[in-house]
Design a protein around this ligand. Structure first.
Ligand code: NAD
Ligand code: UDX
Length: 440
């Protein structure tokens, strides 16, 4: 099947590549010339395990191509995925300008029936806006062409994006006509072999499902984070509590880890956008207000622990940071807790030496060559002469350090662990002070 993907970011590139992998003829469009040039030269603009090889394989097979030519893309795919960004507006609601621009470009250039599918995370009612934009452009051309609108939100996780797309838990499809459902069903058939994972529903429910999933997961995490802070005060251990409640199948073990706050390109923005949409409908999700406040607070927790230990004036201190990405296996630092910690340390006069396996170029892009941040090539090099270590991302490489060597490198043997990586007994037995999240 011929497929066009508009927006070649995380979601667009993964979607396009995985659809090519199962045999479709895919054209990926982006307005970012630089991104398309990198892809045309055989590279990929993001770090995502397994993706680069898959891109290369499908480009070589002639099933995957990249372009900045809007007209070519609008003509190519019988299915047109819109996978552009929906960043927050000043008030937190989703900015739909890129989605609407993509819809207009399709309307301006399409020559025959298309299924136009929203894959971006968009508020309820966006499909109507997409339909109106396409219709308006067709009317301007004096053309009458049939098209269908569908909503197919994406649930992939960065760092596991290829696996999530190739073996989805579910494929949510909001569609209101049989022709669109049939085309989409055949497109997804290769991902849907032994067990029917396609859930077809009305468009508004599909749009809401995406926000509901992210808001539910963000709520779980914030709840665990608040419980962890309480456990600390009470002298209880959140890890014991996690085991105790996760064993209940109604609760389950996933997404129950307390830490230094959730980040990324989705949870923070989608929680905000959902609150704004609720407001537009004269409603309020009080729980989500609390989730957001709790998470902002949680991103300060490591800094609070550092100032409680060393005092509020940190001038002259150097703190080592392990992990800059918002989670492991990605170079993405959007809304990463590390950014809040680094800024807070700087405000109190400290300098930072940091290591991350893949996000260091992203840190340089964000912070420039600020002399208060030194980036080094190994975890151990970050510790040299540092006053303490703060762990922000749970990369595998941080899980089993040599505590004796670690102690020898630090000026003060103190670890502030924002991801609860170690057994506190082991760390303390090595003569290191250990502050984790909600642990004894
Ligand atoms: P991204 O910023 O990585 O990529 C978006 C791309 O769209 C950019 O390359 C941009 O240049 C391009 N673009 C913007 N306007 C365009 C236009 N008119 N025509 C062509 N290209 C255009 O964003 P992302 O992380 O891939 O997210 C895309 C959407 O998917 C968002 O709504 C996001 O909430 C949602 N989503 C993201 C994830 C994730 O983990 N990143 C997961 C699920 C859903
Ligand atoms: C999320 C959703 O999981 C995914 O379904 C959606 O499509 C996009 O948004 P992603 O942002 O890639 O995916 O990462 P995720 O693994 O969900 O982690 C988000 C944040 O929550 C990270 O900062 C992570 O460290 C944090 N987290 C996750 C916790 O603090 N505790 C947990 O138990 C799980």
């Amino acid at each position: 099947m011929k497929v066009s993907v508009i927006g070649t970011g995380y979601v667009g590139l993964v979607t396009g590549t995985c659809l090519a992998e199962v045999g479709n003829d895919v054209l990926c469009l982006d307005v970012d010339v630089n991104k398309i040039n990198i892809l045309k030269q055989g590279g990929i603009p993001i770090y995502e395990p397994g993706l680069e090889d898959m891109v290369k394989r499908n480009v070589a097979a002639g099933r995957l191509r990249f372009t900045t030519d809007v007209a070519e893309s609008a003509k190519h795919g019988a299915i047109q995925f819109i996978a552009v960004g929906t960043p927050p507006d000043e008030d937190g609601s989703a900015d739909l300008q890129y989605v609407v621009a993509a819809a207009r470009a399709i309307g301006q250039n399409m020559q025959e029936y298309k299924v136009i599918v929203d894959k971006s995370t968009v508020p309820v009612g966006t499909a109507d806006k997409v339909r109106a934009a396409v219709q308006e452009e067709l009317s301007k051309r004096g053309t009458q062409l049939e098209f269908s609108i569908a909503s197919n939100p994406e649930f992939l996780k960065e760092g596991a994006a290829v696996e999530d797309f190739m073996r989805p838990d579910r494929i949510v499809l909001g569609a209101e006509d049989a022709r669109a459902v049939e085309l989409m069903r055949s497109l997804y058939a290769p991902f849907n072999r032994n067990h029917d994972r396609l859930i077809v529903m009305d468009i508004k429910s599909a749009e809401l499902t995406k926000y509901a999933a992210n808001a539910m997961l963000a709520t779980r995490i914030s709840f665990m984070n608040e419980l962890a802070l309480l456990a600390e005060k009470m002298g209880a251990d959140i890890e014991n509590v996690r085991h105790g409640i996760g064993s209940d199948p109604r609760i389950g073990y996933h997404f129950l880890y307390a830490g230094c706050g959730y980040g990324g390109s989705c949870f923070p923005k989608d929680v905000q956008a959902m609150q704004r949409t609720a407001k537009e409908y004269g409603s309020e999700l009080r729980i989500l207000n609390a989730v957001e406040v709790a998470n902002e607070r949680q991103k300060e927790v490591l800094l609070d622990k550092i100032t409680a230990r060393f005092g509020t004036d940190l001038s002259g201190k150097n703190i080592a940071i392990w992990g800059l990405a918002f989670k492991p296996n990605t170079d993405d630092m959007r809304d990463a807790p590390s950014r809040v910690l680094i800024k807070g340390l700087w405000e109190r006069g400290a300098t930072v030496t940091a290591y991350d396996p893949v996000a260091m170029h992203e840190a340089t892009r964000i912070f420039g060559n600020d002399p208060r941040l030194k980036l080094v090539d190994t975890p151990m090099a970050a510790l040299e002469g540092a006053d303490a270590l703060a762990i922000v991302t749970e990369w595998q490489v941080f899980r089993a350090p040599d505590f004796v060597a670690l102690k020898a490198q630090l000026k003060n043997p103190v670890i502030f662990d924002g991801r609860n990586l170690y057994d506190p007994k082991d760390v303390r037995a090595a003569g290191i002070e250990y502050f984790a999240i909600g642990r004894l």
